[in-house]
Design a protein around this ligand. Structure first.
Ligand code: ATP
Ligand code: MG
Length: 634
């Protein structure tokens, strides 16, 4: 079956399609109903079925590949940046997961209880996630870079009985203590966890609160021989809660099920990522993000692959590090983000070329728009397909991409591709809800029922799920992605930025992404952010912050001015004078989340003299300082 036939079947005969895909995983009890859509837009997948994510990720592979690697944890976060590795076979992983499951049970954690993880990229984090899945505890992983108040909000929302954490993380060889942040967060939070289990990496001293704080290693030793059978869960029970990145506002607690998610991941590993048992997968994300949940932890293991978990930067000890891992572990599929590739692009290409990359068959990139330059550069370097994929924390797996595991459908530059099975993607007019014609810009929406793996609801708040995401368009209930897009005549989709990233200049609506794309085509532009800023005369004007490739452009007020004029001229020529930024500022850093997403709302707030609000998701606060300085400087 080719892509078009497969997709059409998933839309026309969803029950038949998904019951076939469901065979990709193990079930304790098969489902009696594929989809219950009696209370739209809430979808309940594989009703009556019982399964378990940890069983499918670990136990399932014991009979055939107990001694093959399952988890390869590599860290370059030590003072000299030399990689250290810990390899767990499926047998080892099975034992470790049971130890942690037993420790949780001994602390009174039961099925349905929430367990929060605030952890660096260490194997204990993956093991703890799998242990939660094993006993039916609901994990909520909070990205280790978040500050105390962001963490406190998530503690109050998820109300965990137990928290797993560590003494410290490390970034660029510098120790970042976690424990003081965690203590502060717990102090801020209204909800108090019963226990905190701490992995002591010997990196930073910890204040231990007697009775509450426990040592991971000590508990582990007490449960060395633990045998904890998996708890079979209803397909529709909750596996985890994960908060969205908060790029556009208050994070939402995305709630995911068990069976639908397992099937969606197994299906995506086969159809999209071409994962085969015994091969090795490397996803460079962080377990704190959805990409890490789906494609560091669950997806590859469910497919019987070894998964590489990497703690460190892509350029330390040098920019060859990731490629040395590809060579060493014979990685076949790699998943990263455009932002990381742009970082590597600035490095000497020899560092990459010196490694044998012949095992690698495709590179998948997601998380933000993949610009043509980056895509072509990395594609040229690797000589393998570079596959953009578009999705959200909410979806849990790709919405749009090219299903390389199905057929050899061509990719198209600038487009993440075509809808994946079960996704009824439409582009609709923002005000009328009518479906847009080819190449006509509108909002990317998905008609219900949403496919397996997609969020079930906002945790603890069905009403917020309905109010936030669902609207009516074209007489149907649709889920809004809050992204702009177009669909071309051949059915390829293009993502044009977020619906709240639109600016209104003298009554004309312009996407900041389009202006950014245009500016990026200037040969001396490395990165750019465009925001709409209030203007008495025009309503809003575009203001651009540009990182030049060649630092000379930033050297003097004159060179900055000349560069700004060139940038404006490019926009003039490509999009017209209306889109021309009123100001072009030269900076060397832009405010981004650690997952590489530009936080435009913070830049915009500063430009308008407002408080930028919650900026704890921003990787480097110096970036905001640069924006301020650029606005006040000559
Ligand atoms: P919040 O919803 O809290 O504001 P967020 O949307 O940044 O946070 P995520 O769910 O991590 O949180 O990001 C999903 C968004 O990332 C998409 O809606 C889209 O805007 C962008 N995105 C992801 N992949 C791609 C891609 N391949 N091309 C273009 N944009 C992408
Ligand atoms: Mg979002």
């Amino acid at each position: 079956m080719n892509y078009a036939e497969l997709y059409q079947q998933s839309i026309d005969k969803p029950d038949a399609f998904w019951s076939e895909e469901a065979k990709l995983i193990d079930w304790h009890t098969p489902a009696v109903q594929v989809l219950d859509y009696s209370r739209p837009p809430f979808s309940r997948w594989f009703v009556g079925g019982k399964t378990n994510l940890c069983h499918n990720a670990v136990d399932r592979w014991l009979p055939t590949q107990a001694d093959k690697p399952a988890l390869i944890a590599v860290s370059t976060e030590n003072p000299d940046g030399v990689p250290t590795e810990k390899i767990f076979s499926f047998r080892d992983l099975h034992a470790e997961v049971q130890r942690v499951a037993a420790m949780m049970l001994s602390l009174g954690v039961a099925k349905g209880d929430r367990v929060l993880l605030y952890m660096p990229m260490i194997p204990e984090a993956t093991i703890a996630m799998l242990a939660c899945a094993r006993i039916g505890a609901i994990h909520s992983v909070v990205f280790g870079g978040f500050a105390a108040n962001s963490l406190a909000t998530r503690i109050d929302d998820a109300t965990p009985k137990l928290i797993f954490s560590a003494d410290a993380g490390s970034r660029n060889g510098k120790v970042i203590p976690y424990k003081p942040l965690l203590d502060e967060a717990i102090k801020f939070a209204r909800h108090k966890p019963g226990h905190v289990v701490l992995v002591d990496r010997g990196l930073a001293p910890m204040n231990i609160e007697a009775g509450r704080d426990l040592d991971f290693a000590t508990l582990r030793i007490q449960h060395m021989d633990a045998q904890v059978p998996v708890t079979w869960l209803d397909s529709t029970e909750v596996s985890y809660i994960l908060y969205t990145s908060g790029t556009t506002g208050k994070p939402k607690g995305v709630q995911r099920d068990v069976g639908g998610y397992a099937v969606a991941l197994a299906s995506s590993m086969k159809r999209i990522f071409c994962g085969n048992p015994g091969e090795t997968y490397f996803c460079t994300s962080d377990i704190g993000w959805v990409v890490g949940h789906s494609y560091i932890v669950y997806g590859p293991l469910i497919a019987g692959m070894a998964t590489v978990m990497y703690e460190g930067l892509p350029v330390r000890p040098d920019a060859g590090i990731w490629w040395s891992l590809v060579e060493k572990y014979k990685i076949t599929r790699m998943f990263s983000a455009p932002t990381a590739i742009r970082v590597l692009k600035k490095q000497p290409p020899e560092l990459m070329r010196q490694h044998d990359l012949s095992s690698l068959r495709a590179l998948y990139l997601a998380g933000e728009p993949l610009d043509q330059t980056t895509s072509e550069w990395i594609g040229g370097m690797l000589g393998i397909p570079v596959i953009d994929n578009y999705w959200q924390t909410e979806s849990g797996w790709p919405i749009l991409t090219i299903a390389k595991g199905v057929d050899d459908h061509p990719t198209r530059l600038g487009s993440p591709g075509l809808p994946m099975p079960g996704y009824r993607v439409k582009i609709v007019n923002e005000s009328t809800g009518a479906v847009c014609g080819a190449n006509e810009k509108g909002v990317v929406v998905i008609e219900g029922p949403l496919p397996p793996g997609f969020m079930q609801t906002v945790y603890g708040d069905d009403q917020r799920f309905l109010d936030t995401y669902w609207t009516e368009a074209n007489g149907k209930q649709v889920y809004s992605s809050f992204d702009w897009g177009i669909r071309d005549a051949d059915g390829y989709y293009f993502i044009l930025g977020r619906t709240d990233d639109v600016i209104n200049v003298a009554g004309h609506r312009l996407g900041t992404r389009e202006i950014e794309e245009s500016i990026s085509s200037h040969s001396n532009v490395s990165e750019v952010a465009v925001v709409g800023v209030d203007d008495k005369l025009k309503g809003q004007v575009a203001v651009a912050f540009v990182i030049p490739k060649n630092a000379e452009a930033a050297a003097t007020p004159e060179s900055r001015q000349a560069f700004a004029l060139e940038v404006m001229a490019v926009v003039d020529q490509q999009l017209g004078a209306l889109a021309r930024p009123a100001q072009v500022h030269v900076v060397s850093l832009l405010p981004k989340t650690r997952s590489g997403k530009l936080v435009r709302r913070a830049i915009q707030a500063i430009c308008e003299g407002r408080d930028p609000g919650d900026v704890t998701t921003i990787e480097d606060p110096a970036a905001l300082q640069q924006v301020r300085a650029a606005l006040s400087g000559p």
